[in-house]
Design a protein around this ligand. Structure first.
Ligand code: IMP
Ligand code: MG
Length: 180
């Protein structure tokens, strides 16, 4: 796909994503098999497509809630300072929760979110991320379940944006700037 000054190179096809999401859901179904109700928490906005596909594969009694943290703005660099822009609607104390993130990059966002949610004393917490860029990590962060480990490239699609665009792509691609 061609943009003003960049192109998006294919990276992970819609078919490969669907297969991996299905496999991840099997692990979640197993882990929470005995739950009486699982709260699936999507981190806005990047996880909206992932969470919608993932919950359709869950064979558990499920609730859905969302949390929004401050983002990169239009930049490609992490701000490292994480703020909560929209908190959960529901309580999570003594509840089983699944945290759904799009990408773990430096790790600051997930680290902050995990610590916040842990302070609310959930019964069990599982953290899953569709993508992981381990080379970029600055803080040690725990993701129990990762869809794909990828190299250090700025990616878009399947809910993930660059300056708010490309979220609607059904696949994941890497941004490549064209020479001026
Ligand atoms: P971290 O705090 O550096 O781990 O950043 C995590 C957040 O930054 C993710 O939830 C994404 O919203 C965003 N992000 C990280 N890498 C990318 C990327 O390659 N493309 C688009 N957004 C990204
Ligand atoms: Mg995000």
């Amino acid at each position: 796909m061609q943009h003003d000054n960049y192109v998006v190179d294919d990276m992970i096809s819609a078919k490969a994503i669907a297969a991996r999401v299905e496999a991840m859901a099997l692990e979640i179904n197993d882990y929470f098999a005995d739950t009486n109700q699982l709260i699936v928490i999507g981190l806005l906005r990047g996880s909206f497509m992932f969470i919608s596909d993932l919950v359709r594969e869950l064979k558990l009694p499920v609730e859905v809630d969302f949390l929004e943290t401050s983002s990169y703005g239009d930049s490609m660099e992490s701000s490292r300072e994480v703020r909560i822009l929209k908190d959960l609607r529901g309580e999570i104390e003594n509840r089983d929760i699944l945290v759904v993130e799009d990408i773990v990059d430096t790790g600051h966002t997930l680290n902050h979110v995990i610590r916040l949610l842990e302070s609310r004393k959930p019964a069990r917490m599982m953290v899953c991320a569709l993508l992981d860029k381990p080379e970029r990590r600055e803080v040690d962060v725990r993701a129990d379940l990762v869809g794909f480990e990828i190299e250090d490239k700025f990616v878009v699609g399947y809910g993930i944006d660059y300056a708010q665009r490309n979220r609607n792509l059904p696949y994941i691609g890497a941004v490549r700037f064209l020479d001026e």
